[in-house]
Write a protein that binds this ligand. Structure first.
Ligand code: PMP
Length: 708
């Protein structure tokens, strides 16, 4: 392909160590790229650039500081080349610091802060200026940028293929493979490896170097990092005579010509292929794949997501959208958390799964220990299931088995609240709101449950005792046949994003105790901090008999749920067999207690607890409440409310989800309205500016009458 047709692409260049030869390789590659461009089509406007996101050991200057040492070396490598627009700068350093040390130290000394995301954004702005950009990191992959982030975070935020420069010497196999492991653990793609020599050859070392090259060629290719070139030591690069230096750069560039061609073709070719594939992918999806609550074919409009980091999702066309949904409550900690990826990859390498019948393992035990320590008092046993709905099924079965064991087999019905949502499997569906849960479609198979009025008392107003009277009466009247009452504590989610008063929940608990009804708290959506408490039951200071957890349990990385029960419930079900009862809980999914899911869940719970989640959730509550307030006076809006990291605009009539979502994507946000609610529940780490973009976009949609 002609380089002229290459899109704006590039690669990130890192090394096995400081002084591995990165700058020399970057400079020579820059020359090789430009020469290749000239040769392939002398008239074309193919541009290559090299940038150094952080340069230490130089005078702090303006952006694009030409005096930065590495920038000087890039420019030096281009001497003698007759480029179409010679005056055009083809190299720049973005942030410069005086001390010649690691970026985090140098920034600290200057009283400044380096942030991976900001650096990545600055790099992206530069990448648009050329067809191919080389981005040279500082030192190796784990060189710190600040107290929390290192070069790997910058690479992950950029998400460009990575070229690894290896100094071919004793120990380099070890350093190179460790770096490749670290890159793979962050999901980074390989552009390749370049081996170079940074010191003169010493007699007797040829065998060692040849072996290094052979081993790395084999292992690199296996890992998607083929060795693209082996470079000799060229002392003339620093010769006093400029002619000698120019000849040395020309020679090095010639040695990198194939590597340059490979990089242009594989990086930009890959993009061309991918964008062709993107159309095919969407067409296949439309014709063959079901999406939630949608027809099979033609399916609804969907966007292709290619990666996600922090609070943003990147789409195939390169756009980043601010995520307002936390992927349906799950990604509370944001995407691509290194500690979660580490937990996943380590567990995947050791033991992704074994059956739970007859076996146990550390990930399940340590997770269960942690959950019981955090959960409301009195919960004592854990049942691991595979999704939220399945945990609700298990909770319902537990309640029924409890009453069988307690000698009251007539208690077989469930009570639930109108406006509730508990999942899509049959048992779970039977306790969802009978209207929005579409009971009429499945009336033949759904058990008939008892529905109580939706709590009318708002979370943010004084509790009105009369609002509880009817519910109390019904529960007491029907208690003889009721096994359990299932509720979403304080926040009814998918059934309408309704926030009710904690006192209502407290009274439900009291009546259930008095009337002999188990209380099941479905904390699948509300658990792990979303409402401002770790569990929403804490608002009412109650403990349920059975509690379902899911969604954010694994930090949004994979599916897992847990059912926590009191000792009383677990003990009754487990009592030695009597009168045909099994003396055991009769449920056991194949992937029960998946070690992979449990390991990442434990890491997610630890990460949540170690974070300032309470401050973040309180900050988001204020931000969402203020940001959405202007919608309040718009015709067609019934209510605006915020609780924890949830903000809601409720409309008079159902909105057009596809039309609104299309509008939101064009605004750069990912918000999926549903029925009569336009709502957001962003990851807790969402920065203020992104939270504001979410609320501004919603306000704009309402101001333009999108909801009508
Ligand atoms: N309960 C509640 C409160 C939920 O919000 C959901 C999911 N939206 C579920 C249960 C069902 O969970 P899953 O989709 O994982 O089956």
């Amino acid at each position: 392909m002609s380089p002229a047709s290459a899109a704006s692409r590039g690669c990130f260049i890192t090394g096995t160590d400081t002084d591995a030869g990165k700058t020399t390789v970057t400079a020579a590659l820059l020359r090789a790229l430009l020469e290749y461009g000239l040769e392939s089509d002398p008239a074309n406007s193919f541009e290559a650039r090299a940038i150094k996101p952080v340069q230490t050991g130089c005078e702090p200057g303006e952006d694009a500081n030409p005096a930065a040492p590495d920038v000087k070396r890039y420019s030096e490598a281009l001497r003698g080349l007759s480029l179409p627009d010679a005056a055009q700068p083809r190299a720049s350093a973005l942030r410069c610091f005086r001390p010649a040390c690691s970026p985090h130290l140098a920034a600290q000394a200057a009283g400044e802060h380096l942030d991976a995301r900001e650096l990545a954004l600055a790099c992206r702005a530069e990448v648009c200026k050329a067809n191919f950009t080389l981005i040279e990191g500082a030192g190796g992959a784990h060189v710190p940028l600040n107290d929390e982030e290192d070069m790997l975070d910058l690479m992950a935020a950029l998400d460009f293929p990575v070229l690894l420069v290896v100094s071919n010497k004793l120990g380099c196999i070890n350093h190179a493979l460790l770096t490749l492991d670290a890159l793979a653990a962050r999901g980074l793609r390989g552009a390749g490896m370049i081996l170079c020599r940074t010191v003169p050859d010493r007699a007797g070392e040829e065998i060692l170097r040849a072996d290094n090259a052979a081993v790395l060629a084999r292992k690199g290719a296996e890992r998607g990092f083929p060795v693209l070139a082996e470079l000799p030591f060229l002392p003339d690069l620093d010769a006093p005579s400029s002619e000698e230096r120019e000849r040395a750069w020309a020679r090095l560039s010639a040695l990198l010509r194939d590597a340059a061609r490979h990089m242009i073709c594989s990086c930009s070719g890959e993009i061309a292929k991918q964008s062709l594939a993107a159309d095919e992918l969407l067409a296949f999806d439309r014709d063959h794949i079901w999406h939630p609550y949608a027809p099979a074919a033609p399916g609804p409009k969907v966007w292709e997501a290619v990666s996600a980091a922090g609070a943003r999702i990147r789409l195939r066309d390169g756009r980043e959208v601010v995520d307002g949904m936390s992927s349906w409550w799950c990604a509370a900690l944001g995407y691509r958390r290194p500690e979660l990826i580490r937990a996943l990859t380590e567990q995947a390498a050791r033991m992704p799964h074994v059956m739970f019948g007859g076996l146990t393992h550390q990930p399940a035990v340590t997770l269960a220990e942690k959950l019981l320590a955090l959960a409301p008092a009195g919960l004592n046993n854990v049942f691991f299931a595979d999704s939220g709905s399945i945990s609700v099924e298990a909770a319902i079965k537990m309640a029924l088995q409890y009453w069988q064991a307690a000698g009251k087999p007539g208690k077989t019905r469930l009570a639930a609240l109108r406006g509730a949502y508990h999942g899509d499997t049959c048992g779970a569906m039977s306790v969802c709101d009978p209207v929005t849960g579409m009971h009429h479609l499945f009336s033949g198979i759904l058990p008939r449950q008892l529905f109580l009025e939706r709590p009318s008392c708002r979370f943010d107003q004084a509790f009105e005792p009369a609002s509880f009277a009817q519910t109390e009466q019904t529960l007491r009247r029907e208690a003889a046949t009721l096994a359990a009452l299932i509720v979403e504590p304080v926040v009814q989610g998918a059934g309408g994003m309704w926030f009710y008063h904690p006192e209502y929940l407290r009274r439900l608990r009291a009546v259930c105790d008095e009337a002999g009804i188990l209380l099941i708290a479905d904390e699948i959506a509300t658990g792990f901090g979303r409402t401002g408490k770790l569990f929403a039951s804490e608002w009412a200071e109650i403990s349920p008999d059975i509690m379902c957890l899911g969604k954010a349990l694994t930090g949004g990385t994979m599916t897992l749920s847990a059912v926590l029960t009191s000792h009383r419930v677990a003990d009754a079900i487990s009592r030695p067999k009597a009168e045909g009862l099994p003396g055991a809980f009769m449920h056991g999914p194949t992937f029960m207690g998946s070690p992979l899911a449990c390991a990442v869940a434990r890491a997610a719970v630890d990460a949540l607890l170690a974070s300032a989640w309470q401050e973040h959730v309180a900050r988001l509550e204020r931000r969402l409440a203020e940001g959405l307030a202007p919608c309040r006076n718009i015709p067609g809006v019934r209510d605006v409310r915020a609780l924890g990291a949830i903000g809601v605009v409720e409309t008079e009539h159902p909105v057009n989800t596809e039309k609104m979502q299309d509008f939101f994507v064009r605004q750069g946000v990912w918000i999926r309205p549903f029925n009569r609610t336009v709502y957001v529940m962003p990851p807790f780490i969402t920065p203020d500016a992104d939270a504001d973009l979410l609320t501004r976009s919603i306000c704009l949609a309402f101001a333009q009458g999108m909801h009508l």
